[in-house]
Design a protein around this ligand. Structure first.
Ligand code: NDP
Ligand code: GDR
Length: 335
């Protein structure tokens, strides 16, 4: 039975990746900072919390990683490093801890992988790093691919770029099977509430339930390439099944504004967003990334990957889940 270890297993991607790997008969292990029940709500919502084995660990604590990865308890086969302080805006307030988790943490995971591979063979462990479109940051290209120059605009993006180069360096120096997926924004009903898709779709449901009156947002003219998280975790796995390690952009290729997202989400709740949304300048980032759109031709050609969920369906599905969570019966016209 193939074995996988996922750092960040209780996050959005960790939950969907676990579900995908379990469906493919993997023995799934995850690293969590603590085992409190409330911390694994996503695994519970997917009904897989009893099917994965959780280990206490922290990517900033090399001792805990070494203990888990060194194979004292099992032999990892694929390692997915998804752990991160993943909220871009918060990284401006906590740059040092963001760097410790997102850059040093990735390095700790790579070092543990290198040590195991030095003992057991260089492809004993296959390593996946969660890189990001935020590494492109400020770009004037219409779309970004694996050859686009990086210009990160946040402590989050800078830390992720350091980790990205560490993966390349470990691949070139030690011959590790290590891949980075440069993933553009991907969303789902399991998204954290601080991210704009969930913030908007949850607000629509709360407004419909009479629990919220309006919604404050930051830069609603920001343009992003949003896909469904369930599709993106499959791309992670596909990368580790290749004969040789490589890096891939994963994206839909379709870009939209936050404003368009508001329009779709509120309309699905039978509302006009213009009556509810206000722009609050304090919610803008100190250094904004205005416009990102991915070119995933390489992933489509080599991995055979493609997205399955259109933007409008992604947003309306998220609204539907939030309406259910709020116990709101949908209006027939918008259902
Ligand atoms: P989430 O924020 O939902 O999950 C992040 C996970 O990392 C959480 O489980 C969190 O656990 C864990 N974590 C944070 N700090 C540590 C630490 N020090 N040690 C161990 N675990 C830690 O993110 P997503 O699932 O959305 O994203 C997964 C990865 O992909 C992240 O690295 C993110 O930066 C990257 N990414 C995400 C994209 C997206 O659109 N979703 C796009 C591109 C890249 P806890 O509950 O303890 O905080
Ligand atoms: P992002 O996602 O920063 O792209 O990072 P987020 O949903 O936070 O922002 C997307 C865009 O929406 C604009 N925006 C707002 N964002 C939030 N969160 N709240 C608001 O009120 C708001 N108003 C406007 C933002 O300015 C931005 O332009 C996500 C994370 O998952 C990262 O970990 C990942 O690497 C990238 O996606 C790709």
């Amino acid at each position: 039975m193939p074995v996988a270890l996922i750092s960040g297993i209780n996050g959005q991607d960790g939950a969907y990746l676990s579900e995908f790997l379990l469906n493919n008969d993997y023995d799934v292990h995850g690293m969590v900072r603590r085992k409190a029940d409330s911390n694994i709500w996503r695994l519970e919502e997917l009904g897989i919390h009893d099917s994965v084995e959780l280990h206490i660990g922290d990517v900033t604590d090399s001792a805990s990683i070494g203990r888990i990865v060194s194979g004292l308890e099992f032999e990892p086969f694929e390692i997915y490093n998804l752990a991160a302080q993943s909220y871009v805006k918060a990284s401006f307030e906590t740059p040092v801890s963001t760097f410790q988790i997102n850059a040093n943490g990735a390095l700790n995971m790579l070092e543990a992988t290198r040590r195991v591979c030095a003992q057991r063979g260089k492809t004993w462990v296959k390593f996946y790093q969660a890189s990001t479109s935020e590494m492109f940051g400020l770009t004037d290209l219409i779309s970004q691919n694996e050859n686009t120059a990086f210009h990160p605009r946040s402590p989050y993006g800078v830390a992720k770029l350091a980790a990205h180069w560490a993966v390349i360096n470990y691949r070139e120096t030690y011959g590790l099977f290590a891949c980075s997926g440069i993933l553009f924004n991907h969303e789902s009903p399991l998204r954290g509430e601080e991210f704009v898709t969930r913030k908007i779709t949850a607000a629509v449901a709360r407004i419909c339930a009479g629990k919220q009156k309006n919604l404050s947002l930051g830069n609603i003219d920001a343009v992003r390439d949003w896909g469904f998280a369930g599709d993106y975790v499959k791309a992670m796995w596909l990368m580790l099944q290749l004969p040789e390690p490589d890096d891939f952009v994963v994206a839909t290729g379709q870009a939209h504004t936050v404003r368009e997202m508001c329009d779709i989400a509120f309309a699905h709740g039978g509302l006009d967003y213009k009556n509810y949304v206000t722009v609050d300048s304090s919610l803008f980032r100190p250094c904004e990334v205005p416009d990102l759109r991915g070119n995933s031709m390489k992933a489509r050609k080599i991995l055979g990957w493609s997205p399955s969920v259109e933007f409008k369906d992604l947003i309306t599905n998220m609204v539907d889940t939030e309406l259910k969570r709020e116990g709101v019966v949908q209006h027939a016209a918008s259902a």
